[in-house]
Every structure is written in C-alpha cells, then in structure tokens.
Ligand binder design. Structure first.
Ligand code: AP5
Length: 210
C-alpha cells in the first residue's frame, strides 16, 4: 500500500504517519526527517537544504525527487510506504506518479489532514522534537529526553514564529494546488478532520481507508 499524507505544517502528518505505519506494518518515509538528518550530518544534501529549511521555504523539486526515488526503490518499501510530506508541489506529484510507474506500482490513496491555521500555530509554538528519532512532543521542554529512544528534545529552527508564518504561506501557495491535481487525476483523496485526540484522528484515518 502506498499512501500520500498531505497537510499543512503541524497538521499531525508525522504523528499519525508513524502510528499508521506501525498498524499497517510498512515504513513511513518523511522527506523532512531525511533532510534534517542530512543537515545534522553535514552531508552535501544537508548543506544544500539547510538555509531553505531554516527559513521555512521548500527545497528544490529535483532534490526531493531524488530522495523519493531512492526511498521507494529500497527493500524496506517493497510492501508499501506512508509518504509523509513527500509531495508538496505539482511537479513532485507528477514525479511520484512517474517513479511509481517505473517500479510497476501505483498510489492507493491520498490523506489530506485538515486543521485550522490558528490550531497549527498553537501546536507548533509548543512543539519539541527528538534530535535522534524525530518524535514530536507537545508541552515538553528542550533538553529533556525522548520517551522512545532517550535522545535530547530540541526546538526546530523552523518552528520560530517567522518561519511558521512562511511555511503556512508556502503551503497555501505551493502545496494547496496539489490537492486539486490529485482530484483531477482520479486519486482516491480523503479529507481527515485532524482536530481531536490522537486516537480519534487515527480512527478517522482508518475508516477512510476501509
Ligand atoms: P517537515 O518536517 O515535513 O515539516 P512540515 O510539513 O512543516 O510538517 P511538520 O513536521 O511541522 O508537522 P506535522 O504535520 O508532521 O505535524 P506533527 O505530527 O509534528 O518538513 C520540514 C521542511 O523540510 C520543509 O519546510 C521544507 O523546507 C523541507 N521539505 C520536506 N519535504 C519537502 C518536499 N516534499 N518538498 C520541498 N521541501 C520539503 O504534529 C505537530 C505538533 O502537534 C506536535 O507537537 C504533535 O505532538 C502535535 N499534535 C499532533 N496531532 C495532534 C492532535 N490531534 N492534537 C493536538 N496536538 C497534536
């Protein structure tokens, strides 16, 4: 099963993507996580992406298409994958279609996480993430430890107010057209009300997949 998770920053794509991946027994592929690991390890990819990410801008499509192809072609993704934030522009949606066709596979569904902007700002202003495994937390101080892996919790640079405003602007301008693209290309697109407890949202996701 190949699923695309779409939605604005802070909508819960990472949180629910992880839980869904566990339930379905397939990996979650998140371009944001891949890029942050590259920045942390100071690889050429990380050096190229860092400035754009810190500002809350998108990194270039060709960089994302390279990550996407590598990840989809890996043995871990042979049974399927949850694609978290992997598609944010129309050229990326087209590139994913081409990459899947080359692998003899196709997209099973697109889940659009819907959350009002004021709730997104509230979530991101209180978020810390584990530096090692990227698990997000709400209401936990930087410097405390991750429950999952013991890593240190940090604030993301792009969760500063100016970068959050920029990410939301970019979402509405660059990513929102992807929704229409999927609709007009016959994808199975479900809009998930992503306000509620984590279990309520996951239940809605599961119902939409039945
Ligand atoms: P990325 O890391 O993907 O950032 P994002 O899309 O902005 O999404 P977030 O990680 O901020 O939010 P999320 O929806 O995963 O929410 P989360 O589960 O954490 O990308 C970072 C950057 O990388 C981009 O800005 C760009 O520069 C670059 N990039 C990545 N992919 C790219 C691409 N394809 N093209 C170009 N550039 C790309 O939840 C948020 C918070 O809310 C957490 O604290 C969580 O605990 C909490 N929460 C979750 N669910 C709930 C709930 N139901 N109720 C209350 N709180 C909740």
């Amino acid at each position: 099963m190949i699923l695309v998770l779409l939605g604005p920053p802070g909508a819960g794509k990472g949180t629910q993507g992880e839980r869904l991946a566990e339930r379905l027994g397939i990996p979650k592929i998140a371009t944001g996580d891949v890029l942050r690991a590259a920045v942390r390890d100071r690889t050429p990819l990380g050096l190229e992406a860092k400035a754009a990410m810190d500002r809350g801008d998108l990194v270039p499509d060709d960089v994302i298409l390279g990550i996407m192809k590598d990840a989809l072609g890996s043995p871990e993704a042979a049974r399927g994958a949850i694609l978290d934030g992997v598609v944010r522009t129309v050229p990326q949606a087209e590139g994913l279609d081409r990459a899947l066709a080359e692998l003899g596979r196709s997209l099973d569904g697109v889940l659009l996480f819907d959350v009002p902007d004021e709730e997104l700002v509230r979530r991101l202003s209180g978020r810390t993430v584990c530096e090692s495994c990227q698990t997000p937390y709400t209401g936990r101080e930087p410097g405390t430890r991750c429950d999952k892996c013991g890593g240190v919790l940090v604030r993301r640079k792009d969760d500063e107010p100016e970068a959050v405003r920029n990410r939301l602007r970019n979402y509405h301008v660059q990513t929102a057209p992807v929704i229409e693209w999927y609709r007009s290309n016959g994808a199975r697109l479900s809009t998930i009300d992503a306000v509620g407890t984590l279990d309520e949202v996951l239940d809605r996701v599961q119902k939409s997949l039945e």
